[in-house]
Ligand binder design. Structure first.
Ligand SMILES: C[S@@+](CC[C@H](N)C(=O)[O-])C[C@H]1O[C@@H](n2cnc3c(N)ncnc32)[C@H](O)[C@@H]1O
Length: 263
């Protein structure tokens, strides 16, 4: 397992940022090879991508910026399970999810895997006053952390947190339906969560499912071979072969797959 980073010192966890860090390191070691200038150009292309995308995207709300800062300032090395600051989706992905909520005119949103609540709050901010986000989280302490943040913003009152294993909470939600579902919990559980959402009426007719980390740091095509990489590779292949759905993999951050039911 990768050691958790000190507060504020996030490590690269997306294909683009990993590529940028690797190229930075290669530039540092390229002296005398004759490849320095070319490598620098390639490095600049990779290193500038995320900051450029971020600077051209509408800014995050003060409440989201505060939540991200509180998450980065917390020392996750003492936290339970595998929680780490890098789990937070962040500015551009939050805007993307909010844009999807607007575009689909979502009123009811379900999130599977909340962490400190960044995506839940980004989605809640995009909903009408009578809208709601039901956010599922396994870890009681991180759920409490998120709820403290939600209490500071008016959109936070639209978020209903349910603590427990998502598989159980999803079954307990039978009878409810959601216009937009964001899946971002344990990768080994993804196939089960999608199946439950598609087959039990949780996804409203015409609803959209968004699944995070479907590029999993590039592991499905470039390795290394890890448990999460295998889980995502299997999940992606199963979705690609599933005639019940249509999907597109968006290479934003660590990959988001958008899925809709077609039969
Ligand atoms: C990647 S983080 C979610 C990040 C969050 N959506 C965001 O955008 O900031 C994954 C979260 O899923 C939670 N989780 C893991 N397994 C779970 C399970 N079986 N049921 C519910 N939540 C789970 C973890 O505790 C963690 O907080």
């Amino acid at each position: 397992m990768t050691p958790r980073t000190a507060p504020g010192a996030a490590r690269p966890v997306t294909p683009a940022s990993i590529l940028a860090a690797r190229l930075e390191s290669l530039v540092g070691r390229a002296g005398g090879t004759g490849l320095e200038d070319e490598l620098r150009e390639v490095r600049d292309l990779a290193v500038g991508l995320d900051p450029y995308v971020e600077s051209m995207t509408s800014p995050e709300s003060p409440a989201l910026a505060d939540l991200a800062a509180a998450t980065a300032a917390f020392d996750w090395r003492d936290a339970s399970g595998s929680l780490e600051q890098e789990m937070l989706s962040g500015h551009v992905e939050g805007r993307f999810l909010a844009m999807l909520a607007h575009a689909t005119r979502a009123r009811r949103v379900l999130e599977v895997g909340m962490f400190t609540g960044y995506s839940a709050l980004a989605l809640a901010e995009a909903l009408p006053d009578d809208g709601s986000v039901v956010a599922l989280e396994l870890d009681e302490s991180v759920a409490a952390f998120a709820q403290e943040q939600f209490a500071r913003s008016s959109a936070g009152r639209r978020i209903d947190v349910r603590v427990g294993p998502a598989a159980e909470t999803l079954r307990a939600l039978a009878g409810e339906s959601f216009d937009l579902v964001f899946v971002d919990a344990d990768k080994a559980g993804y196939a089960d969560y999608l199946e439950t959402v598609l087959t039990t009426g949780l996804l409203a007719p015409g609803g959209l499912v968004c699944v995070d980390n479907t590029l999993m740091q590039g592991q499905p095509w470039a390795g290394p071979d890890t448990e999460n990489g295998r889980a995502i590779a299997e999940f992606n292949a199963a979705v690609a072969a599933d005639p019940r759905v249509e999907q597109v993999v968006v290479p934003l951050r660590d990959g988001i797959t958008l899925i809709r039911a077609v039969s």
